[in-house]
Design a protein around this ligand. Structure first.
Ligand code: NAG
Ligand code: NAG
Ligand code: NAG
Length: 262
C-alpha cells in the first residue's frame, strides 16, 4: 500500500520552473492584496515573516515567527510589493497584541499559528484586502495545486527578496511527510511539494499563506525531516474554530479594563 502511494507521488507533475521562493518568480504587482509583511523586533535583533489579512484588524501568521526573546515591537506592512520602497499603497500598522496557539511547540513544529491584532483597522483598498480561510470541514486534497508568496530568501544561501515572490506548490500525499518525520500530524499539518522539486519556501517566507482556490488553507511552517522539500504547512481548517473564537474576543479585549484570558 505504502509503496503504491509513493510510486504515485513520484509521477505527479514534474516541475517546470525553478521556485524558492526558491524556484518562483516575482508576483504580479498587488495581485496578492492579503499579503502582510511582518517584522518582529527586540533591542538587538529583527526577524521578517509573512502573514495574511483575514479581517481588517487581524493578521494570521506562524507562531515560530514570534520566537524572539524580549519582543519590543511587531509591525505589519500591508499593500506592499517592494518592501524597501515607500510605496503609497503601503499601510504600516503596529500590532497591539497577539495570541500564540496554547499548544504551540517550537520543538516539533506543532500548532504553529499566531493571530495578530492590529492597533488600528487596515483601510480596505484595491491593494489591501482580506482572504477567506478554509472552514473546519474543508481539507485540501493531495494533488491540489496551490500558491505561496513571500519576501524570503530566493536561494538557499541568498538574500531576502525586496519584491514579493510567488511559487506554485502541489499538496502532497501525507504518507511521504509521515515517513520523513515522526512529528508529522495528519489533522493539523499539510504536506506540500515533492521530493524532487526545486521549488519551496525559505526562511523569511514563514507565516505566509498556502492559497488553494482563492482560500488560505495553510501557513508556511517548517521543512520535513530536515529537507528542503516536501515541507510542512499548518493546516488552517483544523484551527478554524480556534481562530473564530479568538477573533470574537479581540474587540472585547480592546476595551480598557475588560477581562481577558486565552
Ligand atoms: C542577533 O543579533 C546578533 C548581533 O547582530 C547576532 O550575532 C545574532 O546571530 C542574532 N541572533 C539571531 C537569533 O538572529
Ligand atoms: C533578541 O532576540 C534574539 C533571538 O531570540 C536573542 O538572541 C537576543 O538575545 C535578544 N536580545 C535581547 C536584548 O533580548
Ligand atoms: C546580498 O546582500 C548584500 C548586502 O546588501 C550584498 O552585498 C550582496 O551582493 C547580496 N548578495 C546577492 C547574492 O545578491
Amino acid at each position: 500500500m505504502l509503496l503504491l502511494l509513493l510510486t504515485n507521488a513520484f509521477v505527479l507533475l514534474p516541475w517546470a520552473g525553478a521556485g524558492r521562493i526558491i524556484g518562483g518568480c516575482e508576483a504580479k504587482v498587488h495581485s496578492r492584496p492579503y499579503m502582510a509583511y511582518l517584522e518582529v523586533k527586540n533591542a538587538t535583533n529583527a526577524s521578517r515573516c509573512g502573514g495574511f489579512l483575514i479581517r481588517p484588524d487581524a493578521v494570521l501568521s506562524a507562531a515560530h515567527c514570534m520566537d524572539i526573546q524580549e519582543i519590543e515591537n511587531v509591525t505589519v506592512i500591508l499593500g506592499a510589493h517592494n518592501i524597501s520602497d515607500e510605496e503609497c499603497s503601503q499601510q504600516k500598522i503596529s500590532v497591539a497584541r497577539w495570541v500564540i496557539h496554547p499548544k504551540y511547540s517550537c520543538k516539533d513544529g506543532r500548532n504553529d499559528i499566531v493571530l495578530l491584532k492590529l492597533k488600528k483597522k487596515a483601510t480596505i483598498t484595491e491593494n489591501v484586502r482580506c482572504i477567506s480561510i478554509a472552514k473546519k470541514n474543508e481539507r485540501v486534497r493531495a494533488g491540489a495545486l496551490c500558491m505561496v508568496s513571500g519576501w524570503g530568501q530566493t536561494s538557499e544561501k541568498g538574500n531576502m527578496s525586496d519584491v514579493l515572490m510567488e511559487v506554485d506548490l502541489e499538496v502532497q500525499n501525507e504518507e511521504i511527510c509521515k515517513q520523513l518525520s515522526s512529528k508529522y500530524q495528519r489533522q493539523s499539518m499539510i504536506c506540500v511539494g515533492d521530493e524532487d522539486s526545486k521549488k519551496a519556501t525559505a526562511p523569511g517566507d514563514s507565516g505566509g499563506p498556502l492559497v488553494c482556490n482563492e482560500k488560505a488553507h495553510g501557513i508556511v511552517s517548517h521543512g520535513c525531516g530536515g529537507r528542503f522539500s516536501p515541507e510542512v504547512f499548518t493546516r488552517i481548517s483544523h484551527f478554524e474554530p480556534w481562530i473564530r473564537k479568538k477573533l470574537k474576543r479581540f474587540p472585547l479585549q480592546d476595551i480598557p479594563g475588560s477581562l481577558s484570558s486565552d
